[in-house]
Design a protein around this ligand. Structure first.
Ligand code: TYM
Length: 334
């Protein structure tokens, strides 16, 4: 069976970009022809320092966010990366497959490390090799993500191809990125040239999945726009990144494409469109926030779900790691 793997970092808040770019598609793929595995990637989060208590809280809250968004621990395997040790073990092997030059080309590393790359952790540099291991330790074939992960998934393919070639095997599959929907790259509400991100210091730049109705409405009301009315066709959104972003969000939340949305709202001023968007966003997001809060009242249950999911996962990952070790020449235990 084709297998889906994806994950998000438990650092900061789950936001509208994560939801529209990734989570919604994860829910869609669940219970279809795919076996679905979704991860809270805590080992990725520590590539930059995390307060331990906050990391634990964020991991549980992320799990609550997954379930509140519609992931079902019976239909999908929900795991905590650090509880499935084969991820980190396979990552070491991939560190020895990936080339320095490949890693140096990763734009996310350049963005996150900033000017002082010498001071970045080695883990931040090696991050995409761990990501490749997350995926390939399940022989996953499909990876639903937002646009920003595309380059990492190309690297995952390169690692699989090079491993297979170096050892003369046809072992790791070449994975397909699944980048779908009207909002595969949700932009900051304050700056249409930056993506919406957990690490943006301005909370007004993003809609958090835990925001209440009033906060959502206020952030949309204050979102940066230009002074023109909305166009009646998509061409009119070129060079208007903030307008484009709000229309994309509206399209994604209402399950329409941009043309359908503009047929409805073309000609309106933002003063009229923003309240429509706010109402739609609150209608779709507020129930998720409520459910997240409810789930967070029983964290023992969340921990049980993660433990159970991680056990199920190991039934898949342990044999694949063992086969990998056999291929590369590690002596098996007797
Ligand atoms: P992370 O935690 O940054 O984001 C989780 C998912 O949300 C998507 N996303 C967005 N989509 C649209 N617009 C945005 N503004 C936006 N911001 C985030 C991301 O594309 C992602 O799908 N490296 C990954 C986590 C990861 C992973 C993996 C993903 C680790 N191992 C294996 C897939 C497979 C990350 O940092 O995602």
């Amino acid at each position: 069976t084709p297998r889906v793997f994806s994950g998000a970092q438990p650092s900061g808040n789950l936001h509208l970009g994560n939801y529209l770019g990734a989570l919604r598609n994860w829910v869609r793929m669940q219970g279809s022809e795919f076996e679905t595995i979704y991860c809270m990637v805590d080992l990725h989060a520590i590539t930059v320092w995390q307060d331990p208590a906050e990391l634990r809280h964020a991991t549980r809250e992320l799990c609550a966010g997954y379930i509140a968004s519609g992931l079902d621990p019976e239909k999908s395997i929900l795991i905590n990366q650090s509880q499935v040790p084969e991820h980190a073990q396979l990552a070491w092997v991939f560190n020895c497959i990936a080339r320095m030059g490949w890693m140096q080309r990763m734009t996310q590393f350049k963005d996150k490390a900033g000017k002082n790359a010498q001071n970045a952790s080695l883990g931040l540099f090696a991050y995409p090799a761990l990501m490749a291991a997350d995926i390939l330790v399940y022989h996953a074939t499909h990876v639903p993500v937002g646009e920003d992960q595309k380059q990492h998934l190309e690297l995952t393919r390169d690692i699989a191809i090079k491993f297979n070639h170096d050892y003369g095997v046809d072992f790791f599959p070449v994975t397909e990125p699944v980048i779908e929907g009207a909002a595969t790259r949700v932009m900051s509400l304050r700056d249409g040239s930056k993506k919406m991100s957990k690490s943006d210091p301005s909370d007004a730049s993003r809609i958090n999945m835990t925001d209440d109705a009033e906060t959502i409405a206020k952030k949309i009301r204050k979102a940066k726009t230009d002074p023109d009315a909305l166009p009646s066709e998509a061409k009119g959104l070129e060079d208007r990144p903030e307008a484009r972003n709000l229309v994309d969000i509206y399209a994604a939340l209402s399950d329409q494409n941009v043309d359908q949305v503009l047929a409805e709202v073309g000609g309106k001023q933002f003063g009229a469109f923003k309240p429509m968007l706010a109402e739609l966003a609150v209608e779709k997001l507020a129930p998720i926030a409520t459910e997240m809060a409810r789930l967070m009242n029983d964290q023992t249950e969340i921990d049980r779900i993660l433990t159970r999911g991680s056990e199920r996962a190991r039934a898949i990952t342990a044999p694949i790691l063992r086969q990998t070790y056999d291929i590369i020449g590690m002596v098996p235990p007797v």
